[in-house]
Design a protein around this ligand. Structure first.
Ligand SMILES: Cc1cc2nc3c(=O)[nH]c(=O)nc-3n(C[C@H](O)[C@H](O)[C@H](O)COP(=O)(O)OP(=O)(O)OC[C@H]3O[C@@H](n4cnc5c(N)ncnc54)[C@H](O)[C@@H]3O)c2cc1C
Length: 278
């Protein structure tokens, strides 16, 4: 028989023979079993909610440091956030500047809150075990997030699914093999690529090309929906490069300004998004 853990939760004492840390990037469970997540394995962000007004646009603005500010409307509020691809930058002033320029006088619904995104930075992050005698980590607690896209919800659900399978099969240790095979290499490669491509200029060009070049957008949309491997994504990008280049040149020649009507398609796309999990 394995160990029994004694936990305090909501003022109650619980005894458990298996503990799953699904408690986010600042995971207490992770800290207990593996120590704190090293700083280099996370990326900083802040978020603030504001009153929403009809017709609020979806916006992205690249910051002077590697990162960007985003704004999008939820049914009940406008969400504005700043994310950086490295630690050590002041995100708050960047958010204030963005609001003053694009949404002056907009009433905040609360204070800005800080948030971290885990990233699978370095070989140690890939090799580190996420399960041991009587414990396992899933989602952000396990550091599963795609650095290139910021996507973590998929990996939270996927890792929980893989752990449940291993646990129910009576072999929780198999979980470590399962997540590495399913998406571990993908996340590790994404974190490495993000380091190479995350300069201010590249991020700016990336978002502009998504909006201005339909061929590039099509490949990226396929990536979001179907999650091909990064090598396959690279092949698709190379195959469409001549068309993307042509579209880019046409865009630059026409003045390099994005026609606001082109953004409507993205808002319609966001409205159509639903999450399925089989
Ligand atoms: C600004 C920002 C934007 C993002 N945008 C996207 C996006 O567009 N798409 C996407 O896929 N991902 C996005 N992510 C990443 C995504 O939010 C996370 O990867 C995902 O939520 C991880 O899910 P999780 O269940 O592992 O952790 P969490 O969602 O963090 O859930 C952990 C839960 O554990 C609870 N908890 C923590 N400690 C304790 C404790 N001691 N006792 C009891 N409960 C506790 C918390 O309250 C929380 O409810 C974003 C992240 C950030 C920071």
């Amino acid at each position: 028989m394995g160990p029994t853990y004694r936990l305090w939760a909501g003022g109650e004492r619980i005894f458990a023979d298996f503990v799953v840390g699904a408690d986010g990037v600042r995971s207490v469970v992770r800290r207990f079993f593996l120590g704190p997540l090293p700083k280099r394995r996370s990326l900083p962000a802040i978020c603030r909610f504001y009153e929403k007004r009809p017709g609020d646009p979806i916006m992205i603005r690249v910051t002077p440091f590697p990162g960007y500010v985003w704004a999008f409307g939820r049914p009940d509020c406008l969400v504005v956030g700043v994310g950086a691809m490295e630690h050590g930058h002041s995100l708050g002033p960047e958010l204030d500047r963005f609001m003053a320029e694009f949404f002056p006088g907009r009433k905040p619904l609360g204070p800005a809150t800080g948030a971290l995104l885990p990233r699978m930075y370095g070989a140690g992050a890939y090799r580190e075990r996420r399960t041991g005698s009587g414990w396992a980590l899933v989602g952000d607690a396990a550091g599963f997030c795609d650095t290139l896209t910021g996507e973590g919800i998929l990996y939270a659900a996927w890792s929980a699914d893989l752990l449940a399978e291993a646990y129910l099969a009576g072999n929780p240790a198999a979980y470590d093999r399962a997540w590495r095979r399913a998406f571990g290499a993908h996340l590790a490669l994404g974190a490495r690529m993000a380091r190479v491509f995350s300069s201010h200029r590249n991020i700016d060009r990336f978002f502009t090309a998504i909006t201005a070049c339909p061929s590039f957008r099509k490949v990226l949309m396929d990536f979001v929906w179907n999650l091909p491997s990064y090598p396959r994504l690279a092949l698709q990008l190379i195959a469409t490069a001549p068309r993307t280049l042509m579209e880019w040149r046409r865009f630059v020649k026409a003045g390099g300004r994005i026609d606001p009507s082109a953004l409507g398609a993205f808002e319609a796309f966001a409205d159509r998004l639903t999450l399925h999990w089989d």
